[in-house]
Design a protein around this ligand. Structure first.
Ligand code: HEC
Length: 90
């Protein structure tokens, strides 16, 4: 194996450890992936598009798919739940 492959493999193996130490994984996910196009004002503006929690879950999935992030369902749910707790409060 090339050194690069070792590095990639090591990174992959360490990933679960790294994310386990993050106190708020959903917050991290949002900050790392979601703020380049819109910050939190899109969730709190008067004419926000989401009307229900299901809308929100679907929209998180839509944005995530657009970005090609390949999140697990749990990550999508964590982020939707986080946005709901912080902003939408359905
Ligand atoms: C490539 C740009 C882009 C990125 C990055 C992005 N989004 Fe979006 N998002 C949009 C657009 C465009 C809209 C629609 C905004 C509008 O209609 O004004 C939107 C809308 C939303 C809404 C609905 C806002 C409302 O009106 O209530 C949610 C929730 C949302 N995004 C979540 C996310 C999450 C979670 C991520 C990170 C995974 C993310 N977005 C990353 C482009 C992006």
């Amino acid at each position: 194996m090339t050194p690069l492959k070792y590095a990639v493999l090591a990174g992959f193996l360490l990933m679960p450890l790294a994310s386990a130490t993050v106190a708020e994984p959903a917050l991290e996910l949002v900050q790392q992936n979601c703020v380049s196009c819109h910050q939190s004002e899109v969730y709190t503006r008067d004419d926000r598009l989401m009307q229900t929690y299901d809308d929100l879950l679907a929209q998180v999935r839509r944005c995530e798919l657009n970005l090609g992030l390949s999140w697990f369902d749990e990550q999508i749910e964590q982020v939707a739940r986080h946005l709901n707790q912080e902003y939408y409060k359905f």
